[in-house]
Every structure is written in structure tokens, then in C-alpha cells.
Ligand binder design. Sequence first.
Ligand code: SF4
Ligand code: SF4
Length: 151
Amino acid sequence: MARDLLLDETPLVRNCGQLCSAACCQGSDTEGMLLFPGEEELYENCSFGRVLTPGYSIGPFQARLFVCNGTCEREQRPLACRLFPLFPKVRDGAVQVVMDPRARPVCPLCRSGLSGLRGSFVDAVRAASTALVQNRPALAYLEALTDEIWL
Ligand code: SF4
Ligand code: SF4
């Protein structure tokens, strides 16, 4: 559901990857995007990336990191890639869509904040975030990840 809501949405009308040479897709063998609970099984036998277990936990969840080769089909992107550079910050069960602080060193769009992003993208991230917090594991994961990011 949340993944579907973000299937065709992009942060800008134009391809923002041209601004930064797709900086957020230039990971390494050990850097990648954290998968949401339940996403791991979607990436078994994946042709463009693999799932690593980095050995730490996000709350009750063993972290799963998706490491890719830098290109993918839009419909196969992990949820974290679809949300980027935004993040559903969850405190006391309430969700607020904010710029992801982890994006700051990477993404030039962070300078202009939410108001600089395409409105339909921000709306879709808000809708996806609302859908996510209806799901118990996703809510628990987002609460724990919020605590990790905003120590
Ligand atoms: S780093 Fe930011 S501007 Fe660059 S491709 Fe990713 S989301 Fe777009
Ligand atoms: S899965 Fe796709 S969108 Fe996500 S980092 Fe890799 S190439 Fe970029």
C-alpha cells in the first residue's frame, strides 16, 4: 500500500538525479537503504542488489540493509528509496513528514526543505506515512528508527 502510493512520485517535476549525479544511489558494498519490516522477502534473488544484515537492531527489529548496484526499475525500489529525502517521524503514535536528517550530507534538495519539493510528492509521502502507521510492525519500526535518528 505505502509502496504503491509512492510508485510514480518523484521529489521534483524534473529528474532530480541530474542535480547530483544520483548521489543517493551511489552506495557501496556496505552502504545502502534500510528495509522496512517485511520488505526483505521482496529482495530474495534480486537482480540489482542484495540484503545485508549489518548486525544491529532498530528497536525490536534486526536491521536489514539493501545494497544495490546503483540502478533499478522504479517499481522495485525499496520503500526507503521512495520516501527519500523525506522521513515519517513518529513520536507518541503521531506521524510527521520531515526532511530526513540522514539526507543532509547527500541530497541538495535538503537546502530548500519541504516547500522546495513537488507538492504531489509530499502529499504522497504523507499518505504513505499515514498508511504505514496503521501497520503495527511498520509503526514500531518507525518509532524505533525515529529514536535512533533523533537521539
Ligand atoms: S540525492 Fe536528492 S536530489 Fe539527488 S537523486 Fe537523491 S533525492 Fe534526488
Ligand atoms: S534501489 Fe534504486 S532508488 Fe534505491 S538506492 Fe538503489 S538504485 Fe537508488
